[in-house]
Write a protein that binds this ligand. Structure first.
Ligand SMILES: NC(=O)c1ccc[n+]([C@@H]2O[C@H](COP(=O)([O-])OP(=O)(O)OC[C@H]3O[C@@H](n4cnc5c(N)ncnc54)[C@H](OP(=O)(O)O)[C@@H]3O)[C@@H](O)[C@H]2O)c1
Length: 435
């Protein structure tokens, strides 16, 4: 504890300990500096940052932080008598989990931006928040600056939500936009994303759908009030998408997007991440570059879409700051917002989900081929909506779009098609979403 800080306390000051001062933490400290007066005028609460914990004390920061506030003692921050609320923007599961549990056990509300933690050990930290009767707020954990968690938790509490679909990873949306608008191949678009700082040197978490999967687990939990963890989410990434897939989709009136899809079906919940062909007229199709958007389908409310910056220091810090103000005002009123209560439910396996499917086949160009191929679809009860032939001779390709079908039936169709003598190559399957 630093001497002198306690004596400055007045009743409307809420003292904040920030764990982490990287992209988000530094931007948050900057925003609090800029906005403290306006926030006080609007809410009656003055936010004051009293501790900032980091790993490396000598690192240069994007924001000026008084040496007196900086510490490496993260555990000390969560129990410090000069800290009323803890903001966790370190990331990863440990030590973040232990620190959040420590803060709640000390009676301090917590604000976090940590999707990895919530998607893996969310149940434990929400139970600790309920036990402590303290807020645990996490707006920034999904879609950065887009205020979707609060909407799902509060505004839509009375709404039976059927489906939440999101473009929640800016890196992959940037890559797919480059591929569709400039004809770039996947490797070149990824290299450009890395050059611009949109993609990490190891892009696996983004391009293989892990990041979007963690966000999908959190969105499904909050939208449906059920317990979903990252391991429940089926995910496929974008690394196998070719410029050809995108060009054919374009000719047919679709745009290829990586979607996180959370659905409630017959009392169960299905959660998945995969590339999908989205009709050009669908609002999600117009979300370009590194932007994110979340599309919500409700019973009474109809369709809603939330669009904006899904990442970046300042947009994400803006969401953290909104939570921080809520937590501070609640603390001053000796109350808290809605608690995360998540029931157990069956998570529908991918095999049992349904969609329309796009399937390109390279086939021999001779009579009887179409009959043989459609026979395989019929055998597995997969009904064809459109079938087109593109090219002739060695270039001949059949392109199918099915009616709504079960994933397991479509996969069985694919297996049989691969064994068919007239089929030279089965192209990449894409699900068609939002027709
Ligand atoms: N960046 C975004 O656009 C974005 C968007 C949405 C959500 N988020 C989430 O926000 C969180 C923070 O992301 P970020 O981009 O700000 O990360 P970052 O730039 O890597 O910053 C992490 C900070 O945590 C500190 N830290 C790491 N391990 C620590 C430890 N063991 N003890 C003390 N301090 C430690 C680091 O200290 P040093 O600086 O001394 O190394 C650094 O200041 C993550 O959960 C992330 O998923 C980020």
């Amino acid at each position: 504890m630093v001497r002198g800080l306690a004596s400055r306390r007045v009743s409307d000051v809420v003292r904040v300990g920030v764990l982490g001062c990287g992209n988000v933490g530094a931007a948050l400290i900057g925003l609090v500096d800029e906005q403290a007066g306006a926030i006080e005028a609007r809410t009656g609460v003055r936010l004051e940052i009293t501790r900032v914990a980091v790993r490396n004390l000598s690192r240069e920061r994007a924001v000026e932080v008084s040496e007196r506030l900086l510490t490496r003692d993260t555990a000390g921050v969560v129990t410090d008598a000069d800290v009323d609320i803890v903001v966790e923007v370190i990331g990863g599961i440990e030590p973040a989990r232990e620190l959040i549990l420590g803060a709640l056990a000390s009676g301090k509300p917590v604000v976090t931006a940590n999707k990895e933690l919530l998607a893996n050990v969310g149940a434990e930290v929400f139970a600790a928040a309920a036990e402590a009767n303290r807020d645990l707020l996490f707006e920034a954990a999904v879609a950065g600056g887009i205020p979707i968690m609060r909407v799902l938790r509060e505004s839509l509490r009375g709404e039976p939500i059927h489906r939440v679909m999101g473009i929640v990873n800016g890196t992959t949306n940037y890559i797919l936009t480059k591929m569709s608008e400039e004809g770039a191949d996947y490797g070149a678009a990824l290299a450009e994303a890395q050059r611009l700082g949109y993609a990490e040197r190891d892009p696996t978490a983004d391009v293989e759908g892990f990041d979007a999967g963690a966000k999908a687990a959190i969105m499904a939990s909050v939208a449906f009030g059920v317990r979903v963890v990252a391991g429940d989410v089926y995910h496929e990434g974008i690394s196998r998408i070719t410029p050809d897939d995108i060009a054919v989709a374009d000719r047919l009136g679709y745009v290829v997007k990586l979607l996180a899809i959370c659905e409630r079906v017959d009392g169960e919940v299905a959660v998945r991440v995969h590339p999908a062909m989205v009709p050009r007229a669908h609002p999600l199709a117009s979300v370009r570059d590194s932007y994110n958007a979340v599309f919500v389908e409700g019973d009474a409310v109809g369709h809603l879409m939330f669009y904006g910056r899904g990442a970046g220091g300042r947009p994400t810090a803006s969401a953290v700051l909104g939570d921080l103000i809520d937590a501070a005002v609640n603390l001053r009123h000796h109350t808290h917002g809605p608690m995360g209560i998540f029931a157990r439910t069956r998570i529908r396996p991918m095999d049992e989900t349904t969609a329309e499917y796009y399937l390109p086949l390279e086939v021999a160009d001779r009579p009887g081929v179409l009959h043989a191929v459609t026979g395989v679809f019929a055998k597995h009860d997969v009904s064809i909506r459109t079938a087109e032939q593109e090219g002739r001779g060695d270039e001949a390709q059949l392109v199918f779009i099915t009616h709504e079908a079960r994933e397991a039936d479509v996969q069985a169709t694919l297996r049989d098609l691969r064994d068919l003598e007239v089929v030279k190559r089965v192209g990449g399957l894409l699900r068609v979403i939002g027709s």
